[in-house]
Ligand binder design. Structure first.
Ligand code: NAP
Length: 326
């Protein structure tokens, strides 16, 4: 029995990942790893309408809260012998509002960047969660790091365990500082966390290979999806949607708009033969002007030293939480 865990499966890209997986193999067991039962159950009901024989379980977890993630992993270890896919997808962007001056400047100088990036979004700086960690980093990166580590044996049991990290085209090396690895001082904690996902995906893939574990780790980007991330007012999302369609029509292929299209690259790295995949490539969900989805490849040049340092910091924090929970 193949098992896929998808965090944030009730909406946006995560929901799209589940749709792709069930389209490919309806016998797959899906674990919707979500923080809100009612939202998850509503999404599950919608999925079952489309895939009536699907085996879908809801397992509650707050990926931004360590005790919740550890409890989630305990429940998974009790319920499943193996995990084939772990989609590290749930994510937050703490938006305070829009920088309108920047929006209008970018509209004139670089409209593609305006619609592709979150540069004009004002992000909260210095947010700390209950565990004392940078809030955005905790949810987007560390919670998933714990899941991957705690479920490593189950991933290995599948003989081809794949961990898929949802990164973003907006993230690059310039967004991340190892001296502020949790992005607490950063004005762009979201982008910092997404580059951290890339670094961890690559460093962990190398470790799995070095330790001869049958696990791979890949990074993807959903492009631009008109989702609820950032909790911006509905009218801004709707207005942006119009611009997304316009941009797509003039040939900007990152404009996927729907979660389903945004999940194309995640589904690809889950299903493609391992022999054609590269851990240092970010796989991009793309859509052409006529609405045809395809997968692009963006080779990543990363600072391996920073990747190893970051992974070590996460590992130490993970071990400390394990000791505390004993
Ligand atoms: N949208 C884009 O253009 C875009 C671009 C690049 C990358 N991404 C990445 O794609 C991923 C999915 O985002 P999306 O666009 O699909 O956004 P979304 O529609 O807001 O979905 C985010 C999902 O994550 C869940 N989530 C958030 N915080 C959580 C927590 N602490 N514990 C458990 N679940 C949590 C949400 O649950 P609730 O429904 O309960 O809030 C929701 O299911 C994110 O990692 C995001 O960074 C998105």
């Amino acid at each position: 029995m193949k098992v896929a865990i998808v965090t944030g499966a009730n909406a946006g890209v995560g929901y799209g990942v589940v749709e792709h997986l069930l389209e490919t193999d309806e016998s797959l067991t899906i674990v919707m790893a979500c923080r809100n039962y009612s939202r998850a159950n509503h999404a599950k009901a919608r999925l079952l309408q489309r895939f009536p024989s699907a085996n879908i379980a809801i397992e509650l977890v707050d990926v931004g809260n360590v005790p919740s993630v550890l409890q989630f992993c305990q429940n998974i270890k009790k319920g499943y012998q193996q995990i084939n896919y772990l989609f590290c997808n749930a994510g937050i962007l703490s938006a305070l509002g829009i920088n309108w001056a920047k929006t209008f400047t970018m509209l004139v100088t670089d409209p593609v960047a305006l619609i592709e990036r979150s540069d004009a979004t004002i992000q909260a700086v210095g947010e700390i969660n209950e565990d004392g960690m940078g809030k955005v980093f905790a949810a987007n990166v560390f919670g998933h790091y714990i899941m991957m580590r705690d479920l490593e044996l189950l991933l290995a049991n599948s003989k081809d365990g794949r961990v898929v990290w949802t990164s973003s085209v907006t993230a690059d090396e310039s967004c991340f500082d190892i001296n502020d690895w949790q992005g607490i001082k950063s004005a762009i904690p979201y982008e910092s966390s997404k580059w951290a996902c890339d670094l961890i995906a690559i460093a962990c893939h190398e470790r799995f290979q070095a330790e001869n574990l049958p696990i791979s780790s890949f990074t993807t980007s959903p492009g631009v999806v008109a989702s609820n991330i950032g909790d911006l007012p509905g009218w801004i999302t709707q207005l942006r949607k119009l611009l997304h369609y316009l941009m797509r029509f003039i040939g900007v292929t990152s404009q996927n708009i729907t979660g389903y299209r945004g999940a194309t690259a995640d589904a690809y790295v889950a299903m493609a033969p391992l022999s054609i995949l590269h851990s240092t490539t970010r796989y991009l969900a793309l859509t052409d002007r006529w609405g045809t989805s395809f997968v692009g490849e963006q080779p990543l040049v990363i600072d391996m030293n920073a990747a190893l340092q970051l992974t070590k910091k996460c590992e130490l924090a993970y071990q400390a939480h394990i000791c505390k929970s004993l």
